[in-house]
Structures are given as C-alpha cells and as structure tokens.
Design a binder for this molecule. Structure first.
Ligand code: HPA
Length: 277
C-alpha cells in the first residue's frame, strides 16, 4: 500500500456507493465471538473479499465480513473476523479497517478477543476489561511514514483504554450482575501458545492476560483519535506450574459460552456512550 490516503479514499468511495456513509461506533469481534452480530439490525453485509484494499481473512472460523447497521439506535460498523500478525499480514494491513472506521467518523471502538488468563485468581469463561496493554509484537502499524492527516507522529498512550468507556462498561456489568475482571493484556506473535517459562515471564512483567491480537488495532485507533474499550474472554488458565495442553475446540467453546455477556455489555455500551451516566 504505497499511498495509504489514496487507498482509504478508494475504500470509502466503495462503501459510500454501497450505502455505508457514517457510523458512530465500531466493533471488532474476536475469534469465536461473532454472537454480537445478532444484536445488529443489519443494513449491509459485505465480505472482505469484495472491499477494495481490504485484507482477506484466512482463519477458517472467521467469516470475514463487514457489517453495517443499527444497534441501540446508533449506526455501527462491525468487523466480524479480524486479521492476525501470525497469519502473515503486515501491521498496516491489520490496522487498515480501523483507518476506514476513522474515515467514516467513528468515535468509539469496542474490541473483543480471546485470551489466556495468567492471573490465577480468575477462571476460564470470565471476562476481562483491558485496563492497559504491553506490546510484545515485533512491529506496529505506525512504523514508517507518518500521515499527519491521520494522526500525530508520536501518539500519546497514557490513557489508551478510554477511562470514560471503562467506567461505563464497569457500571453496565455491575447493573447486570456480570463478573468483570480488569487487567493488563499482553500481545504476542503466536501462533504457538506459550511455554510455562513464557507464561511466568509475561505474568512477572505485569500482564494478567495474553493474546495474539487487538494491540495493532488499538494503536491505529489511538493514532486516529478514536476512543477504545476492549474486553478479553479468558479462554484458558495459564498456570505455569500446572499447564495443560492447549485445546483449541475448548477455547472456542468457552468463548461461545461467554459471548452472551459480552454482547450485552457491548450493546449497552453503544447505547450509553456519549451520554452522562
Ligand atoms: N496465549 C496466547 N493467546 C491466547 C491464549 C494463550 O494462552 N489463549 C487464547 N489466546
């Protein structure tokens, strides 16, 4: 992508022609977390393959669709299926859909992912609101030429996960009797899971949960002035002294079970964001 601005223009023109003009909130759904789609009054659904300059999702359980519609009376743009670094995409490709959200005027972005729990007080199936992150991916989407039209060369990361959206989400969880943990997410390359020594290391450096996504999109969103909230579904317990072999079907099953809680939180957060509460 030689000229990012030109590419964004072409993608946005295509979306405008398809009737996707403006949206208030964006949502990125993580692996096995597509249930939220049921909450959308869908107006338009476009496979990524049809969208100019969009990368194409390769993970088989990702349906790879851009969905436009209404949730709680607000226009939303939802990415059902995300791009991971371990699939071979560049960081610019992974962040590209966030650039499109920025161009469509989106102000609030809600992200979900599946992650391993290293905080051993917590159980698989719990939800964790991300309070902060540690980026251990070997690159990020801001490397290279900075487009001042999109954001600053040196974006501030002191309040990466919007304090307003976080307190809104915590209130929603409380009012609906949902257990919501809060902690630090560390992003790693994958696709292999961690060794016991790596889990021990990641926990020691301050992370409560580990996953292979989210941080590139968050960095692009912050660069573009979009407020972000992200929730991890904790799908496995990463106890270095008692580590069980990873079971991907089980991870997907646990993610599926936690989805209802996640969908409720996102739906209410979209309804209430921007309001005093
Ligand atoms: N490590 C990395 N990514 C993950 C994990 C994990 O334990 N669980 C779900 N995604």
């Amino acid at each position: 992508m030689d000229n990012l601005l030109q590419a964004i223009k072409e993608t946005v023109n295509y979306l405008h022609t398809a009737g996707i003009v403006k949206a208030e909130a964006g949502v990125i759904l993580g692996t096995g977390l597509g249930d939220f789609v049921k909450e959308i009054a869908i107006e338009k659904e476009i496979p990524y393959t049809d969208i100019p300059h969009f990368p194409i999702s390769t993970v088989e359980f990702h349906s790879g669709k851009l969905i436009y519609g209404t949730v709680s009376g607000k226009k939303v743009l939802v990415l059902n299926g995300r791009f991971h670094y371990y699939e071979g995409y560049t960081m610019q490709q992974i962040a590209y859909p966030v650039r499109i959200m920025q161009a469509l005027g989106i102000k609030n972005l809600f992200i979900s992912n599946a992650a391993g729990a290293m905080n051993l007080q917590w159980k698989k199936g719990d939800l964790m609101l991300i309070s902060d992150h540690i980026n251990l991916l070997p690159a990020n989407p801001l490397i290279g030429k900075n487009y001042n039209e999109l954001g600053a060369r040196f974006p501030d990361m002191s309040k990466t996960y919007c304090p307003y959206l976080r307190s809104l989400i915590k209130k929603i969880a409380r009012e609906n009797d949902l257990t919501l943990r809060e902690g630090v997410y560390v992003a790693v390359q994958g696709p292999m899971l961690e060794t016991p020594a790596e889990y021990r290391f990641l926990n020691k450096i301050g992370a409560d949960a580990v996953g292979m996504s989210t941080v590139p999109e968050v960095i692009a969103a912050i660069h573009g002035g979009i407020s972000v909230a992200a929730i991890s579904v904790l799908t496995d317990e990463c106890d270095p002294d008692n580590l069980k072999p990873i079971n991907i079907p089980e991870i997907i099953e646990i993610a599926a079970k936690a989805e209802k809680k996640l969908s409720l939180i996102f739906k209410k957060a979209i309804e209430l964001c921007g309001k005093d509460y």
